[in-house]
Every structure is written in C-alpha cells, then in structure tokens.
Ligand binder design. Structure first.
Ligand code: ADP
Ligand code: AMP
Length: 213
C-alpha cells in the first residue's frame, strides 16, 4: 500500500503513522523525522533545516523534494509500500511527488486526512514529549508513557514552543487546503475524525485501509 497521511501539526499523524506501519508492515517516511535526524547528526542538511524549523517555517521545496525522491528510490519502497507523513506540505511538493511517483511507476492508494479543530492543537503540541532513545511520541496528559515516568528520559521539540506553534499553524493552514483539494479531485482522500481517543482514530483508519488492501 502506498499512502499519505495529512493533517495540521498536532493532529496525530506521527502517532497514527507508527501504528499503521506496524500493522500493515510498510515503510514510514516522515520528512520531519528525517530533518530532525540530520540536525542530530549535525550534517549540512541539518544545519540548513534547523533555521527554518525553529522559526516554524517550511524547509525549501527543492531540499525537501530531494530527500523524499532519494528515499522513494530505495529498494524496499516497491516491495513494501510506504506511508508518507508530513509530505507534501505545499502544492508544488504535491506536483513534484506526482512526477516522482509516475517516474517510478508507483500509484498512490489513498490519502488519510486527519481533521481536528485548530483550537485543540496548542495543548496537543505543548504537552508532546518524545522518548530520547526510541523516538516514540507521547503526551503528558492525553497519552503518558506510564503512570509514573522519568521526565529526563523525554524531550520536548524546539518547535513546540508557543512562538513556533503559532507560525506553524498559520503556514500549514494556508498551504494545506490546495493539497487536499488536489487529492480530492483524484478521489483518494479519506477523512478521519482526529478528535477522538488515539485507539478510536486508529480503528477508523484501519477500517479505511482494510477496504484498500
Ligand atoms: P503530528 O505528527 O500530526 O504533529 P503527533 O502524532 O505528534 O502529531 O501528536 C501530537 C501530540 O498529541 C502528541 O503528544 C500525541 O501524543 C498527542 N495525540 C495524538 N493523537 C491524539 C489523540 N487522538 N488524542 C489526544 N492526544 C493525541
Ligand atoms: P513535522 O515533524 O512533520 O511536524 O515537521 C517539523 C518541521 O519540519 C516543519 O515545521 C518544517 O519546518 C519541517 N518540514 C517537515 N516536513 C516538511 C515538508 N514536507 N516541507 C517543508 N518543511 C517540512
């Protein structure tokens, strides 16, 4: 299965993506994770991406399209399929992806669109914590790792600070709609209510994906 997962920052894409790729055994391609890994490894890409990310802006299209193109060309993609998470984020990226997939002879099977009231996102993002070793995402209140846990084992994302969040939401709301419209005209979009418990969101996604298999 070849899928996209879309939604505003904090809608639950990464949380659901982890469950989907485990259940359906497909490759998880998260551009945000790729940029964060590059930052952690202090590569040239990381250095470039960090300045945009910290300000809540998008990394330039040519850079982002380049890393996705490279990843999609790898061997496992044709055999396993993939879930793209956080890409495309501009209409130009969507067009680049169309071309890239056509060149590779790959068709998209569906777009999972997690909808949520933007007013709820601030509390989702301000409580987001990530395990330092596994990279797994949790939430201090909505999805704590355990009843008691060591806060030092977790970190909060630089761009989850209120200054960056406001800008990220503004950018993503403005850029997101044309992308969804683009895939709607191809009848690929499946709308999922993201404003329910994590397991209920996943149950809805599973229903959709079982129909696509
Ligand atoms: P995204 O990848 O779309 O930015 P995440 O999956 O990282 O979003 O989720 C953002 C935060 O909200 C995380 O702390 C996550 O644990 C929490 N979260 C995700 N889905 C839900 C949900 N359905 N209800 C409550 N909290 C959620
Ligand atoms: P995410 O982890 O998906 O929330 O992405 C975190 C940040 O990485 C975004 O706010 C952007 O700065 C950058 N980023 C991730 N994906 C993209 C993309 N497709 N295009 C441009 N920037 C991106």
């Amino acid at each position: 299965m070849n899928l996209l997962i879309m939604g505003l920052p904090g809608a639950g894409k990464g949380t659901q993506a982890a469950k989907i790729v485990e259940q359906f055994n497909i490759a998880h391609i998260s551009t945000g994770d790729m940029f964060r890994a590059a930052i952690g490894n202090e590569t040239g890409l990381g250095l470039l991406a960090k300045s945009f990310m910290d300000a809540g802006n998008l990394v330039p299209d040519d850079v982002t399209n380049g890393i996705v193109k490279e990843r999609l060309a790898q061997e496992d993609i044709k055999t396993k399929g993939f879930l793209l998470d956080g890409y495309p984020r501009t209409i130009d990226q969507a067009h680049a992806l169309d071309q890239n997939l056509a060149d590779l002879g790959i068709a998209l099977d569906g777009v999972i669109n997690i909808s949520i009231d933007p007013a709820k996102l601030q509390e989702r993002l301000s409580g987001r914590i990530i395990h330092k070793v596994t990279g797994e995402t949790f939430h201090k209140v909505f999805n704590p790792p355990a009843e008691t846990y060591n806060e030092e084992d977790y970190y909060q994302r630089e761009d989850d600070k209120p200054e960056s969040v406001a800008r990220r939401l503004e950018v993503n709301i403005a850029q997101g709609q044309p992308i969804i419209d683009h895939y709607r005209t191809q009848n690929l979009v499946h709308d999922i209510d993201g404003d329910q418990d994590i397991d209920l969101v996943f149950a809805d996604i599973e229903k959709v994906l079982s129909g696509l298999k």
